[in-house]
Write a protein that binds this ligand. Structure first.
Ligand code: SF4
Ligand code: SF4
Length: 203
């Protein structure tokens, strides 16, 4: 549980460096399959009974509730009307918990793809400077190039896809990414985290 809370904070530290592009009309809240825990459902219900009246528990996973499509808390300006009390999964997107136990998935939605591009440029920069045999270097750089191209295709077809190929990010690398972004942007003005999160209307 403590580990999960740490990951959530690391994700917030990463997301503070990004903003969802205006071209995405909160697609995650509109078409995503957003599962929330029962206590989160109860909290939403307590605060706004009307907007939760059609939310049901999932047939396959009865302990989880599934938000409506589009989410009943999404307003006409594509913002979340329960932002400060949004479910945990909403505050993590485009990162998603999976059952690997060692990594988190990163969905290549428009915002996710921005993060993937930064991870890719960080990785290729590191490989270019590494003291490894030239052939190995070329091979590794080519793998990243292919991988980035495939995520670019996923991102470009994001609106029409039922499911996306996620990038798997080991927990340790998540921490490293957070520190890398912080150091890279240290000389720029880092926006106040609460401002950015208000804009990040995501699942
Ligand atoms: S997080 Fe949601 S609103 Fe932001 S780019 Fe991704 S799908 Fe769009
Ligand atoms: S962020 Fe808000 S609008 Fe989007 S799915 Fe979550 S609760 Fe709904």
């Amino acid at each position: 549980m403590v580990k999960k809370a740490i990951h959530y904070n690391v994700i917030q530290n990463i997301l503070q460096h990004y903003e969802c592009p205006d071209t995405c009309k909160a697609e995650c809240c509109r078409n995503g399959r957003v599962h929330i825990f029962e206590h989160e459902f109860n909290l939403l219900k307590e605060n706004d009974h009307e907007r939760t009246k059609d939310i049901r528990s999932d047939v396959l996973y009865p302990a989880l509730y599934i938000m409506n499509n589009p989410c009943s808390f999404l307003n006409q300006t594509n913002r979340c009307d329960t932002y400060k009390r949004r479910p945990t999964v909403c505050g993590m997107y485009p990162f998603k918990v999976n059952n690997s136990g060692t990594s988190l998935g990163l969905q290549p939605c428009p915002l996710g793809f921005m993060i993937i591009k930064d991870i890719s440029s960080w990785a290729t920069d590191t490989i270019s400077k590494a003291e490894i045999p030239a052939a190995e270097k070329v091979e590794k750089l080519m793998q990243w190039e292919i991988s980035l191209e495939s995520y670019a295709i996923e991102a470009s077809e994001f609106h029409s896809r039922e499911s996306l190929q996620e990038m798997q990010i080991p927990y340790d690398e998540l921490e490293m990414l957070s520190m890398f972004l912080l150091s890279k942007n240290a000389l720029k003005k880092v926006p106040d985290i609460s401002d950015v999160q208000e804009k990040h209307c995501s699942i």
